[in-house]
Design a protein around this ligand. Structure first.
Ligand code: CA
Length: 427
């Protein structure tokens, strides 16, 4: 089915500024709460939130087979479960409805009042009920940097890394949307030079610049999927700040890997940008050497050119951009990650989330964590207000943005922005 929603010539009758992440060619999916306390599935064009539940009730999806309450829900799981054909039909239809040539809704003030909201009047929710969350570790630069600091500079990359898209099972219970503040975690650490651990607030709270993909129902238990089919099961992507407490991580991660250093919070951008919208930004990833095992081999372009940046904004001060990276630096592709994930028969469901792993580029200003940017705290970063950071301070807001751009169109994610609060105090 052609993706007519991607037509670069199309303009919307809704106003969209030229630097917007959300032109009519994007049409992401999310869930929002209106001022009347109604939760609905929606999309966004420019700075307008569009109620898809209302669009469906007013018959604008006529001819597309959808369950009656498909969009009057507080998650996207059912819609995602319906599969790629439905996503395309709905996205194509939304593009038609908001095309400047189409007068049907454009000239219907009564319907417009029910369907369209200003972004400032809605509150974005978590878009999916995330059943399972897996986090990969697929940037060679990041894995090498961390290996140098945590283990052995001579053998930074462990021997399995070039053969396996390494990952671990995270927790979904503390995944929150942009805007929700996060408390500095308490935990057990081993202070430098000591032999006895202590318990207290983490002293090295860090962000991890990541993206994540959301899957549809992929397989039944026991079934694996072929690497050439994997992309069909990926609904779309979000930005992910995978908050990390480096001092807790350093003490706890041997031998089973990340645990409490990682599961106190993971923040995501609220609009899921579909793989269909990202299609024009396909690109080749880095050469994989040695050649992966046959089940992971793929030809063609399976990475995406997504510009990413991170800023720190201290309280009552302006933000300083501290890193510029790009998703295309990732060594393992999303399809290889998903294929590997099901290669043993592990079941993957609609609404599962898979983190990319920290996305570090080759240069020092493209690293995706404070751990790397300050090299373990040795080289603090200077912010615009003159203060320095080794890691994230209480009341700092970490802002991640991402967008794709070619000569015709800009498709973006908006942002994931979250403030780090002092440790939680029980009242
Ligand atoms: Ca991570």
């Amino acid at each position: 089915m052609p993706i007519t929603a991607n037509d670069i010539k199309r303009k919307s009758w809704l106003e969209v500024s030229s630097d917007s992440d959300f032109p009519i060619q994007n049409i992401p999916f999310g869930v929002f709460l209106t001022k009347e306390n109604i939760v609905t599935v929606g999309t966004r064009i420019g700075d307008f939130a569009i109620d898809l539940g209302a669009l469906q009730q007013l018959n604008y999806f006529e001819g597309i087979e959808l369950t009656d309450d498909m969009f009057m829900q507080d998650t996207l799981n059912d819609f995602i479960s319906d599969g790629q054909k439905t996503w395309r039909l709905v996205r194509n239809r939304i593009a038609e409805i908001f095309d400047e040539q189409n007068s049907k809704l454009r000239d219907n003030t009564k319907d417009k009042d029910i369907i369209i909201f200003k972004m400032e009047d809605v509150e974005m929710q978590l878009p999916v009920l995330i059943g399972d969350y897996t986090d990969f570790y697929s940037s060679k630069e990041h894995a090498t940097n961390v290996g140098k600091m945590f283990r052995d500079p001579e053998n930074a990359l462990l021997p399995n890394w070039l053969h396996i898209p390494v990952g671990y099972h995270g927790r979904s219970s503390t995944i929150v949307p942009s805007g929700i503040p996060v408390h500095r975690p308490m935990g057990q650490t081993l202070p430098n030079g000591e032999t006895t651990p202590v318990f207290g607030p983490s002293r090295s709270v860090d962000f991890e610049l990541e993206t994540a993909f959301i899957t549809t129902d992929v397989n039944i238990m026991g079934e694996n999927i072929h690497v050439t089919e994997a992309e069909d099961y990926i609904f779309g992507m979000v930005l992910l700040n995978d908050w990390s407490a480096r001092d807790i991580q350093k003490w706890e991660y041997v031998p089973l890997g990340p645990f409490l250093a990682k599961n106190f919070a993971s923040s995501i951008s609220p609009w899921i940008v579909t793989m269909d919208a990202l299609e024009p930004f396909r690109t080749k990833g880095p050469k994989q050497e040695p050649t992966p095992l046959p089940y992971l081999q793929q030809k063609g372009k399976h990475s995406f050119d997504i510009n990413l940046e991170v800023a720190i904004q201290p309280e009552n001060s302006e933000a300083t951009v501290i890193s510029h990276s790009n998703f295309k630096y990732m060594y393992w592709t999303m399809s290889q990650q998903l294929t590997h994930h099901t290669s043993n028969g592990c079941r993957v469901n609609s609404g599962d989330m898979m983190g990319s792993g920290t996305i570090s580029g080759p240069t020092e200003d493209s690293f995706g964590s404070m751990l790397e940017l300050t090299w373990g705290g040795k080289n603090p970063i200077k912010l615009k207000d003159g203060t320095e950071r080794k890691f994230i301070n209480d009341n700092d807001t970490v802002i991640m943005k991402g967008h794709c751009q070619n000569g015709h169109v800009r498709i973006g994610f908006g942002e994931v922005s979250s403030k780090l609060l002092p440790p939680f105090v029980r009242k």
